[in-house]
Design a protein around this ligand. Structure first.
Ligand code: FMN
Length: 238
């Protein structure tokens, strides 16, 4: 199984989302899959110009010459895409959207009917694999992820991939302070690793492990108080 993970958090390995992504990747690797991790912050990926050249002038090749040229064949060949984005103003990050728009050369202009819906044909050599979303957010509630989930599910259909599910970590601003205080979050990280292992071994992400990853870490009122206190202290220190 070939896996490509693309983290679009500008915080990269130091971010909250990486705290979930790290053990997930570890589990995938331990289960024997080949995985490559990229950070959009380290890549030059310009926004799509909408010129249509990748469909009609140079089929399969984008006119823009940047890091997407090296990424596209890897994406075409990967069984699983792990798309990683924190919630940014109720959506994915800008760099992740740029990357997703630039996937268009893997499709062709021709339409077919797929599950009763007009879809673009996949270009020859592009696998029909799977997609997993890994995300974290600063809001307390799980509904902060809804716009991303709607988008990722639609995107997966668009590129003829199966959306396998998501590893979601709400009220993620509490993660690092809780780790610093020595509070036990091991069950969350172990569940992320187990999810990676099971995905490779059995092709499924266990529902119970996903629930553990997104479990409440404290009452909502406590989270509000701690977040507000922390921000006030930071401003007072200016
Ligand atoms: C520009 C920006 C916009 C954000 N918008 C939201 C939002 O709409 N909803 C939310 O719950 N969290 C929002 N957050 C918080 C992040 O999703 C949260 O801190 C996340 O854990 C960051 O992950 P990272 O450290 O991996 O980058 C936003 C953060 C930034 C910097």
């Amino acid at each position: 199984m070939k896996v490509i993970a693309i983290n679009s958090s500008p915080m990269m390995d130091q971010g909250n989302t990486a705290l979930i992504l790290g053990p997930f990747i570890e589990g995938i690797r331990e289960a024997g899959a080949k995985i490559e991790l990229f950070h959009t912050k380290k890549l030059a990926i310009k926004p799509c110009q909408g010129c249509g050249n990748c469909w009609l002038k140079t089929p399969g090749r984008c006119s823009l010459d940047d890091d997407m040229s090296a990424l596209l064949p890897r994406l075409a060949d990967a069984d699983l895409w792990i798309l990683v984005s924190p919630v940014y103003v109720d959506g994915i990050t800008g760099p992740m959207k740029n990357l997703m728009d630039r996937i268009i050369p893997l499709l062709m202009p021709f339409l077919e009917l797929r599950d009763g819906h007009c879809r673009h044909l996949l270009r020859k050599g592009t696998k029909r694999g799977q997609v997993v979303l890994v995300s974290s957010c600063g809001g307390f509630e799980m509904d902060n992820f809804e716009p991303l989930l709607v988008h990722m599910k639609a995107f997966s259909k668009n590129v003829a991939r199966e959306f396998k599910g998501s590893l979601l970590r709400p009220h993620a601003l509490a993660l690092k302070p809780m780790i610093k205080e020595g509070e036990s979050l091991e069950d969350i990280f172990t569940a992320a690793k187990e999810t990676g292992k099971q995905l490779v071994k059995n092709g499924q992400m266990p529902a119970e492990a996903l629930r553990t990853i997104e479990r409440n870490m404290m009452p909502r009122e406590t989270y509000l108080r701690i977040v507000n206190q922390t921000f006030q202290q930071a401003l007072d220190a200016l």
